[in-house]
Design a protein around this ligand. Structure first.
Ligand code: ZN
Length: 278
C-alpha cells in the first residue's frame, strides 16, 4: 500500500462516520506502536510528524520508516506534517514525501494566514498532497488563555476555506494542546455552525484529556480527524518511571514502551470508531 492522503482519510471518515486519529511520533517505538495499533484494529490512522520534532530526528529517515511500514498495512495510513509553521518547513515536508501537510498560520493575522495558506495549497495540490489549515487559535493549556475571541468563527471559516482551498481545517472550540486542568468544555453549537458553513474536513487538536463522550459527540457533530499526543507522552513517562524500579534488559524496556503506547493509541482509535451510529 502507498501512504494515504488526508483527503482519502477524510472521505473514509465521512463514509464510515468515524473519526480518524493522528498520533505524533517521538521515536521509532512510537512509530511502531501507531502502526501496530492500526494493524490490530484494522482502522486507518495518521502518523504525525510535528515540524518542531524534526530537530530531534531526521524527517527523511522517519518518513522512510513510515513508508516501509505502510507497504504491509491492512488499513489506509497517512504520513502527516503536524503544525508546519513556515513556508520552508512545509516545502521540506513536500520534498521528503509526506502524503499530507498542515500549515499552521493561526498566529498570523487573518489576511496573512489566508495568503500563505492559499500559496501552500496551490503547490501541495500540484504535487498530489492535501493540506490542513488552522483558523482560530488552539494554543496551549496553562500558557494561552482560553477566550471565545480565540475560537473559530463560522463565517470566517467559510471565507477561509473558500479563499485558500484547504482540504481540512483545524478549529478552536474550547480545545487546547497539552495537559488540561480539569475536563475541557467544547462549544458544540459552534462546531455545528462551522460544519454547516464548510465542506472540508474538520480537525480537533489538543485531543488528550477530552472526555470520551465529548470525542464521540464532536465526531457526530462533524469532526473527521483528531490529534493525540499528550496521552501518549503521559503513558510513556509513567512506564519509564515505573521501569526504573526493576530495570532488566534495555530491549525489554523498549518492547514494553511500544506496547503501552500502542495500547493508548488503540484505545483512542476504537473510541473514535465508536462514534458511528448504526
Ligand atoms: Zn495541534
Amino acid at each position: 500500500m502507498n501512504p494515504a492522503s488526508l483527503t482519502e482519510l477524510i472521505a473514509y471518515s465521512r463514509k464510515n462516520r468515524i473519526g480518524v486519529g493522528m498520533f505524533n511520533i517521538v521515536n521509532l517505538e512510537f512509530a511502531q506502536a501507531i502502526f501496530d495499533a492500526s494493524q490490530e484494529t484494522g482502522l486507518p490512522v495518521m502518523f504525525g510528524i510535528p515540524e518542531r520534532f524534526t530537530q530531534f530526528y531526521s524527517e527523511v529517515c522517519m518518513t522512510q520508516v513510515c513508508k516501509k511500514m505502510i507497504e504491509s498495512a491492512k488499513a489506509p495510513i497517512a504520513i502527516h506534517l503536524d503544525h508546519g509553521k513556515s513556508f520552508k518547513g512545509v516545502m521540506s515536508a513536500l520534498r521528503t514525501g509526506y502524503s499530507s501537510v498542515m500549515f499552521d498560520g493561526s498566529s498570523l493575522d487573518y489576511e496573512e494566514n489566508v495568503k500563505q495558506s492559499a500559496e501552500i495549497v496551490k503547490i501541495a495540490h500540484a504535487m498530489g498532497v492535501s493540506v490542513e489549515g488552522e483558523l482560530g487559535y488552539v494554543g496551549r493549556a496553562g500558557t494561552d488563555e482560553l477566550t471565545p475571541d480565540s475560537f473559530t468563527k463560522p463565517d470566517q471559516a467559510e471565507d477561509f476555506v473558500r479563499r485558500t482551498g484547504v482540504d481540512a481545517l483545524a478549529i478552536a472550540i474550547g480545545n487546547q494542546h497539552g495537559q488540561y486542568k480539569g475536563i475541557p468544555k467544547l462549544d458544540f453549537d459552534r462546531l455545528k455552525a462551522i460544519r454547516e458553513k464548510v465542506d472540508c474536513g474538520l480537525v480537533l487538536h489538543g485531543g488528550s484529556g477530552i472526555a470520551p463522550q465529548d470525542f464521540v459527540e464532536a465526531i457526530r457533530c462533524g469532526i473527521n480527524k483528531v490529534n493525540i499526543y499528550t496521552a501518549m507522552d503521559t503513558v510513556a513517562k509513567n512506564f519509564t518511571r515505573a521501569s526504573f524500579a526493576d530495570f532488566g534488559a534495555y530491549l525489554d524496556y523498549t518492547r514494553g514502551l511500544t506496547a503501552v503506547v500502542r495500547d493508548v493509541v488503540k484505545e483512542h482509535m476504537e473510541l473514535f470508531a465508536s462514534a458511528k451510529i448504526n
